[in-house]
Design a protein around this ligand. Structure first.
Ligand code: GTR
Length: 458
């Protein structure tokens, strides 16, 4: 018989048997801090009982739990089965070389913050506009905000909730979209989190009366933060043939270059800035503490919103994958070829030409993250979401390091990923990978709000 270390825990009148070495079970121990513990060793039918102190046991357990995340083989196998034409094996990631963040397009080293801010950052931003997300039009427009609903004393804690209609006018035509903003009662200006909701619009009453883990308003407001959310499709419909019904039809310049023209992701990011414009006019909002957040396609959008609009001081990307936080050159899970084919309305047309030749892209997604520096950024992944390439999302974050270094800022450096459900926060960057599938859930919000507090209160 194989030797096994078994931990017996007497907890709430029950004995729980845990096999040491199994990470999931060891994780359980953290929740059992007050339980008396006994360690039992089973070897060839002989049982030896040992009494450990609580501390010694927890230290051993903690060591076990610290190994970094790697994909589970059963998840890899399931992904292969579901999408046989894509890669989910680390060993099959092609050799790749990432563009150097601190070498200018002319080949000169970027050595100072001034070089970065005046030359390198604008040059990289332009590359992302012209090759990935598209160029926004210069068309003149006006925006009017109208309150269409209000609830005072929301959640019984004095928060004010409003539904606002933003109407954009240009050349005699207009387009409107609604958002809901909830501001907690406070004697001092509060931070605001703009949530880009890619699933649905949550109207005022629902936002207050019904809990929704995708945008847990009460949870955010009780932490002392204001929050606002709009639905992406209300700005520009999330479908290949929705052009005529969206904001792009209103603002586009027909003489602009079709290859580099903005599409949905950029228009949604633009809308996040229009919501921020409104929020910043409110005396209760602190302009120095502003976040933009989104999941999946809205996670990609949040990163782009943070890159285009430096008034956002914190960006949260949840499972944004290809075209978001994940490195394109890894071609792991979803690829540039696939995303531009299935979602032709998201990125600028030119990105399509890089399908299957990611090495030729003049940028990769670590550079998108670097555009957020010196502001803060948090990236999140899920264990079963290999389609979004968790390792590519994490690697992108740490490969943005040279720019955070240039600003003298602390950031995550460890190339090994953190264990499951163990957020890592270092200086201006944060990351977690949680158990489960592709979605934005309360657990993600909890980790993100902890990071927000760490950034906003420092
Ligand atoms: C997936 C898509 C991803 C991601 C996601 C979503 O199917 O391939 O790029 O954006 O949808 O937005 O839910």
């Amino acid at each position: 018989m194989r030797e096994q270390n078994i931990l017996c825990v007497y907890y709430f009148n029950e004995w729980i048997f845990l096999r040491l070495g199994e990470r999931v079970e060891i994780g359980l121990l953290y929740g059992l801090q007050m339980a008396p513990l006994v360690c039992m060793k089973a070897f060839s039918l002989r049982l030896v009982f040992l009494v450990f102190t609580l501390n010694a046991t927890l230290v051993a357990a903690a060591d076990e739990a610290q190994s970094g995340w790697v994909p589970r083989q059963d998840v890899v196998d399931a992904m292969h089965k579901k999408r046989p034409d894509f890669n989910f094996e680390e060993s099959k990631v092609p050799d790749y070389q990432l563009p150097d963040l601190l070498v200018s397009l002319e080949g000169k080293p970027v050595t100072t913050i001034q070089d970065w801010e005046n030359h390198q950052r604008p040059a990289l931003l332009k590359l992302f506009q012209e090759h990935v997300y598209g160029v926004r039009p210069d068309t003149r427009y006006t925006v009017e905000y109208e309150e269409v609903g209000r609830r005072n004393n929301a959640f019984g804690i004095g928060a004010t909730a409003r539904q606002i209609r933003a109407t954009i006018q240009s050349n005699g035509k207009s387009h409107s979209f609604d958002f809901v903003i909830v501001i907690p009662k406070s004697h001092q200006p509060v931070p605001v989190i703009v949530h880009i909701n890619n699933r649905y619009f949550i109207p005022l009453d629902k936002a207050i009366d019904e809990f929704d883990p995708f945008w847990p308003v009460e949870k955010i407001v009780r932490r002392g933060y204001a929050t606002a959310a709009f639905h992406t499709s209300d700005v520009d419909p999330d479908k290949p043939d929705g052009y005529s019904e969206g904001i792009r039809a209103l603002l586009d310049d027909p003489n602009s270059d079709e290859e580099t023209r903005w599409r949905c992701l950029s228009s949604w990011a633009w809308a996040a800035s229009r919501v921020l414009d409104f929020a910043l006019e409110e005396p209760e909002i602190d302009a120095k503490r502003t976040a933009v957040a989104g999941n999946s396609r809205a996670g990609k959008t949040a990163l782009w919103a943070g890159a285009e609009d430096e008034r956002f001081t914190l960006t949260y990307s949840n499972e944004s994958g290809c075209g978001g936080a994940a490195l394109s050159r890894r071609a792991f899970g979803e690829t540039v070829a696939r995303i531009t084919q299935v979602f032709p309305h998201w990125f600028c047309e030119r990105l399509t030409s890089y399908g299957g030749r990611e090495q030729a892209l003049p940028v990769d997604q670590h550079q998108l993250i670097s555009l957020l520096a010196p502001r803060a950024v948090y990236v999140a992944s899920a264990d079963e979401d290999l389609w979004a390439d968790p390792k590519g999302e994490y690697t992108s974050l740490i490969k943005a390091a040279p720019v955070f270094d240039l600003f003298g800022l602390e950031h995550i450096k460890d190339p090994e990923m953190p264990p499951l459900n163990t957020p890592r926060r270092v200086g201006s960057t944060g990351y977690h990978i949680r158990t489960g599938t592709h979605s934005l859930i309360e657990q993600d919000w909890g980790y993100f709000l902890d990071f927000a507090e760490f950034i906003f209160e420092r």
